[in-house]
Write a protein that binds this ligand. Structure first.
Ligand code: NI
Length: 236
């Protein structure tokens, strides 16, 4: 009997997967396992192991891995194949600088087109975030709140880049807020942003978004300087 590589043991596959759903099932399953840490940074994902695990051919596996690579959850190298990516690719400050540029532009485009229903949806996410203690959910709700504000930006490519950045942050939040012993996060930043958005004050909205993301840089930089983070990042 062949032994499965250990991290894959954590992945449960319920019965045979219909061929037309294979790619999306594999993508979603691996995505959540990477996000919640069952597949840690540096885990190598071999196409054949995954094909065996999911009971499918290698083609949908390859397609799913390509999607996850585009979301920066995997890095693919010629000699090692697909490997679960480190938590923050490269420099955290540069990552956030780029996010500020992209999200500011998405916000600028979106604000005039947002409806009262969009504002109400964003407000609901803030209330859910305020009541939430589970960091997995906090990461998800934070992404949904931000996307609600940017959602009306007509530039779809811009929105995809913005969502990739938020996915990266979601993964970081899930892993690390708890490890850092941070208590429940205040939603003051989000409320202030939403207020400016509702007032259609584009400049103030962007200023508050920048402040919010800059606070994120500080938290991450502080975390990355701790020994636990360094060993985690080095384990590739
Ligand atoms: Ni946020």
């Amino acid at each position: 009997m062949t032994q499965k590589p250990k991290p894959l043991h954590s992945i449960k596959v319920d019965g045979p997967i219909p061929a037309h759903l294979a790619r999306s099932v594999i993508e979603e399953t691996l995505r959540s396992a990477i996000l919640d840490g069952r597949l840690p940074c540096g885990t190598a994902l071999r196409q054949q192991d995954l094909a065996d695990l999911f009971g499918v051919s290698r083609m949908p596996v390859r397609e799913a891995l390509r999607q996850l690579e585009a979301q920066e959850l995997l890095s693919v190298t010629t000699h090692k194949g697909a490997v679960v990516a480190p938590l923050i690719q490269g420099d955290a400050t540069e990552t956030y600088e780029l996010r500020i540029l992209l999200e500011s532009e998405a916000l600028r485009q979106s604000i005039p087109l947002l409806t009262a229903a969009d504002h109400a949806r964003a407000a609901d996410y803030i209330e859910e975030l305020e009541a939430q203690h589970d960091y997995t959910e906090i990461g998800r709700l934070n992404r949904l709140f931000h996307m609600a504000l940017y959602s009306k930006a007509p530039n779809q490519r811009l929105l995809r880049l913005v969502e990739d950045g938020l996915n990266e942050e979601e993964r970081f939040l899930r892993f690390n807020l708890e490890a850092m012993g941070l208590g429940k996060l205040s939603q003051d930043d989000h409320r202030a942003m939403l207020q400016a958005v509702q007032d259609r004050d584009t400049e103030l909205s962007i200023k508050r978004l920048e402040q919010h993301l800059n606070r994120g840089v500080e938290v991450i930089t502080r975390y990355l300087a701790t020994p636990a983070a360094q060993s985690r990042q080095a384990a590739r």
